[in-house]
Ligand binder design. Structure first.
Ligand code: NAP
Length: 236
């Protein structure tokens, strides 16, 4: 059986990715941060024996290492890893972004995937793939603030460098840069405002991002690539 690891799989885009991976026949290990209710609900709705979940704060290097040692002791190896979990941070301009705001967004969105890959890499099977969920903000700045945009642009650079580093081991590394998606990350007002900017006049459904994850898993000739899913935002 193929195994997959997804961060932030309890809700939003991560949950859609978990469901899609289960539908593809993977057994999924996913993490959540604080929302145990959502994690339990996801496990229940997916059905018994198809997934397991662990509480994990991506800012906590020691815990990440501990979880990965636990999975290693269980003999787990992974075919797919999706670095999905992320936070938006508060909408702010440079003069009002505190050092704490900056550190937190960078810690979860950029240092977290690095910490995770450091310990997870030896558990990824040859021929496996890693998919990083970046954002349109990482390519064109977005509307949140420099902290979020820098974290997501950093994840794209991380993707390119890791794709080069792992090509010889037969592991592919790609990123997805979604525009606005219908999850709890955005308020209803933000979704309405951002819908107007898309050619298709709506935000994406989480399943539409999961679909790109599937594409990147199945197409074995793609590495070091960023897939944009934003309903024509670059055509403005
Ligand atoms: N929604 C969008 O419009 C959009 C657009 C472009 C890119 N993205 C990116 O897509 C990814 C998923 O976003 P989403 O919209 O699905 O967000 P979401 O619904 O807010 O879910 C965020 C996920 O990240 C987890 N998380 C938050 N802080 C964490 C931490 N410190 N350590 C570990 N996990 C943590 C959450 O766990 P809990 O549930 O336990 O809190 C949750 O599972 C993010 O990287 C986001 O930046 C989203």
């Amino acid at each position: 059986m193929r195994n997959a690891f997804v961060t932030g799989g309890d809700r939003g885009i991560g949950r859609a990715i978990v469901e899609m991976l289960v539908a593809m026949g993977h057994r999924v290990v996913f993490t959540y941060h604080r929302n145990e209710k959502a994690a339990v609900r996801t496990l229940k709705e997916i059905g018994p024996g198809k997934a397991e979940c662990y509480k994990l704060d991506l800012r906590d290097y020691t815990r990440i290492r501990y979880l990965l040692l636990r999975l290693k002791r269980k003999g787990m190896v992974f075919d797919v890893v999706v670095n999905n979990a992320g936070i938006l941070g508060r909408f702010r301009t440079i003069p009002t972004i505190t050092r704490r705001d900056w550190d937190e967004v960078i810690a979860v969105n950029l240092s977290g995937p690095f910490y995770l890959m450091k310990w997870l890499l030896p558990l990824i099977r040859k021929g496996g793939c890693i998919i990083n969920i970046s954002s349109i903000a990482g390519k064109m700045g977005g509307t949140v603030g420099v902290h979020y945009a820098a974290s997501k642009a950093g994840l794209i650079g991380f993707t390119f460098a890791l794709a080069r580093e792992l090509a010889g081991s037969g592991i592919r590394v790609n990123a997805i840069a979604p525009g606005p998606v219908d999850t709890g990350l955005l308020t209803p007002q933000q979704k309405r405002r951002l819908s107007r900017l898309a050619l298709l006049k709506r935000v994406a459904r989480p399943e539409e991002i999961a679909h790109a994850v599937r594409f990147l898993i199945e197409n074995e000739y793609i590495t070091g690539e960023v897939i944009d899913i934003n309903a024509g935002r670059y055509m403005d």
